[in-house]
Design a protein around this ligand. Structure first.
Ligand code: NAD
Length: 489
C-alpha cells in the first residue's frame, strides 16, 4: 500500500491534515491499495485560492500557449499509457483489455483535441451597427470551475472535464469519486510536467461531503458533474443558491432497436458492447434491447452463444474480458436488481448470479446476465442497474418501438440497427436521446458532442465549441468611435 495520498493543491500534495482517511480497495481482491485523506472545508478554500491565482495567470495567456501545454500533456499521457491503464484496472476493476484504449487514449485524445480548439479560439467578427460603431463578441472563461467525477471512467472523466475548461482559460478543482481516487492526481502531475502553472488544476479528494462543499462554494463559478440522476438533481438544487452554471452528465436506461433487416451479428455485437463492456458500468448502455419479433429468436440464439464465451477474470490479465464490479456494495445492488427481475417474472437466459469457484470468489463479480420475456413495466426495464444485465424485449413495428424507447424519463443515448438508411435517420430523429448510434454502439470520438436530454442531464462534453460554450460566457464589446450622443445638456 502506498503512503497517505492527500489532495493536490497549488502544484503539490497537501501535507497530511485532519481530513477523514479512507481506503481505496482493489475490486478483484477487496484488499486496500491506497489510503487517501479527504479534503476539509479549509483545504477546499485553499484550493479555490490557489485556483484563483492560477486563473489570473492562465487566463491571460493566449489560446495557442494554453493549447501547447494541453498538447504536451496529451503526449505525456500517451508515453505513460501502460502505467495509467494499470492503475485504472487496479483501482476500478476494469480489464486491462479495455483501459489503454477506453480510458487512457480517450483522455489523451481529448486533451489533444482541446489543444487545437484552444489555439483556434478567436473573437467574433466586427459587426457594424451604424455611424462607424461596431461590436464584437468574446468567449470569456468563467473563473474557477469544479469537476465532480463518477467512478466508472475516473481518468477519462478527469480529462474530459479538464480539457475544455483549461483550453478556455479556466482553473479547475476536480474531485474524483471516492471509490477510484488514484488516477486524477496523475493527471495533475502530468499537467504540471507539461507546463501548466501552479493552481490551475487541483485535485480535491473525498466523497459526497466534499462534493457538497464544492457546489456551495461562492468562489466556484460552475460545477461539471458526472454521476447518478438523483445526485445530479441535488447538485443542481445546491448550485442554485449561488447561481452556479451546471453541466450534468447523468445516468440513463438507453434503448437499442434491432430491426429485421439488421446484420444480426453486428446487432449482437452492439448489444454486448452496450451491456457487458466495463461490466456494464457505462452510463450510455443500451440496457433495453428491443428486437423485432421476426428476428428475436435468431438474435437471442447468437447472443446467448457469445455471452457464454465471455472470459471473466483478473482485470490485470490481458485475456480477461469481464472484470469485477467496482465494489462489494455495488455488486450487491446489481444482484438485488437481478432478484427483482426474477421475482417479477422475467426469464434468466444467461448468468443471473455470481460465478462459482474460488478463483473469482474474492472479487465483486456478477455473471453477464441476459433477461428475456421482459415487459416494459418490470423494474429491470425501468431503472438503471449499472451492471452486466441486459433486458431483451420484443416489438412488432417501428412506431411502437420508438414510443416504448422514449417512454422513460431518461434520454442519454440510443441505438438503431438496420440496413435501411432512411429508416435509420428517421428513427434517430425520433429517439429522445443526446446521442444516437446507427449500426454501432458506445463509440465516443472526442470531436463528437456528448451529453443527455430529459433527466439524463444537460450540457455537453467534447465536440469542440459545444464544450467550450459550457465553460465560458459570451461577452459583447460595443465600440463607439465618435462622441457620446446625449440629450442631457
Ligand atoms: P454518484 O452520483 O453516486 O457520485 C458521483 C460523484 O458525486 C462522486 O464523486 C460523489 O462523491 C459525488 N457526490 C455524491 N453526492 C454528492 C452531492 N450531494 N453533491 C456533490 N457531489 C456528490 O455516481 P457514481 O455511483 O459515482 O457513478 C455512477 C453514475 O454515474 C451512474 O448513474 C452513471 O450512469 C453515471 N455516469 C454518467 C456519465 C455521463 O457522462 N452521462 C458518465 C459516467 C457515469
Amino acid at each position: 500500500m502506498t503512503d497517505l495520498m492527500t489532495s493536490y493543491v497549488g502544484g503539490g500534495y497537501l501535507p497530511p491534515g485532519d481530513g477523514e482517511i479512507f481506503e481505496s480497495l482493489n475490486p478483484f481482491t477487496n484488499r486496500p491499495i491506497a489510503r487517501v485523506q479527504a479534503a476539509t472545508a479549509a483545504d477546499v478554500d485553499a484550493a479555490v485560492d490557489a485556483a484563483r491565482e492560477g486563473f489570473d495567470l492562465w487566463s491571460e495567456m493566449d489560446g495557442a500557449a494554453r493549447g501547447a501545454v494541453l498538447a504536451r500533456a496529451a503526449e505525456l499521457i500517451r508515453a505513460r499509457a501502460d502505467e495509467i491503464a494499470h492503475l485504472e484496472s487496479l483501482d476500478g476493476g476494469k480489464p486491462l483489455s479495455e483501459t489503454p484504449e477506453a480510458d487512457v487514449a480517450s483522455g489523451a485524445d481529448c486533451l489533444a483535441h482541446f489543444a487545437e480548439v484552444a489555439a483556434a479560439l478567436a473573437e467574433g467578427p466586427r459587426t457594424p451597427v451604424g455611424g462607424g460603431a461596431y461590436f464584437y463578441t468574446r468567449r470569456e472563461p468563467l473563473g474557477v470551475v469544479a469537476g465532480i467525477g463518477a467512478w466508472n471512467y475516473p481518468f477519462q472523466i478527469a480529462c474530459w472535464k479538464a480539457a475544455p475548461a483549461l483550453a478556455a482559460g479556466n482553473a479547475m478543482l476536480f474531485k474524483p469519486a471516492e471509490l477510484t481516487p488514484l488516477s486524477a492526481p496523475l493527471l495533475a502531475e502530468i499537467l504540471a510536467e507539461a507546463g501548466l502553472p501552479e493552481g490551475v488544476f487541483n485535485v480535491v479528494q473525498g466523497g459526497a461531503e466534499v462534493g457538497r462543499i464544492l457546489t456551495a462554494h461562492p468562489g466556484i463559478a460552475k460545477v461539471s458533474f458526472t454521476g447518478e440522476v438523483g445526485t445530479g438533481k441535488a447538485v443542481a438544487a445546491a448550485s442554485a443558491a449561488t447561481l452556479k452554471r451546471v453541466t450534468l452528465e447523468l445516468g440513463g436506461k438507453s434503448a437499442l432497436l434491432v430491426f429485421p433487416d439488421a446484420d444480426l451479428d453486428d446487432a449482437v455485437s452492439a448489444a454486448m458492447l452496450g451491456n457487458f463492456y466495463t461490466q456494464g458500468q457505462i452510463c450510455t448502455n443500451c440496457t433495453r434491447v428491443f428486437v423485432h419479433a421476426e428476428v428475436h429468436d435468431a438474435f437471442l440464439h447468437r447472443l446467448l452463444d457469445r455471452t457464454a464465451r465471455l472470459r471473466l477474470g483478473d482485470p490485470l490479465d490481458p485475456e480477461t474480458q469481464v472484470g469485477p464490479l467496482v465494489s462489494r456494495e455495488h455488486r450487491d445492488k446489481v444482484m438485488s436488481y437481478i432478484g427483482h427481475g426474477i421475482r417479477e417474472g422475467a426469464t434468466v437466459a444467461a448468468g443471473g448470479g455470481l460465478p462459482h469457484g474460488p478463483a473469482l470468489a474474492d472479487g465483486n463479480f456478477v455473471l453477464p446476465t441476459v433477461f428475456t420475456r421482459c415487459t416494459d413495466e418490470m423494474t429491470i426495464a425501468r431503472e438503471e442497474i449499472f451492471g452486466p444485465v441486459m433486458t431483451v424485449l420484443s416489438f412488432a413495428d417501428e412506431a411502437e418501438a420508438v414510443g416504448r424507447a422514449n417512454a422513460l424519463p431518461f434520454g442519454l443515448a440510443a441505438g438503431v440497427m438496420t440496413a435501411d438508411a432512411e429508416r435509420a435517420h428517421r428513427v434517430a430523429r425520433r429517439l429522445e436521446a443526446g446521442v444516437v448510434w446507427i449500426n454501432t454502439y458506445n463509440l465516443t470520438p472526442v470531436a463528437m458532442p456528448f451529453g443527455g436530454c430529459k433527466q439524463s442531464g444537460y450540457g455537453r462534453e467534447n465536440g469542440g465549441m459545444a464544450a467550450i460554450a459550457e465553460v465560458t460566457f459570451e461577452k459583447s464589446v460595443y465600440v463607439e468611435p465618435h462622441h457620446v450622443e446625449c440629450p442631457y445638456r
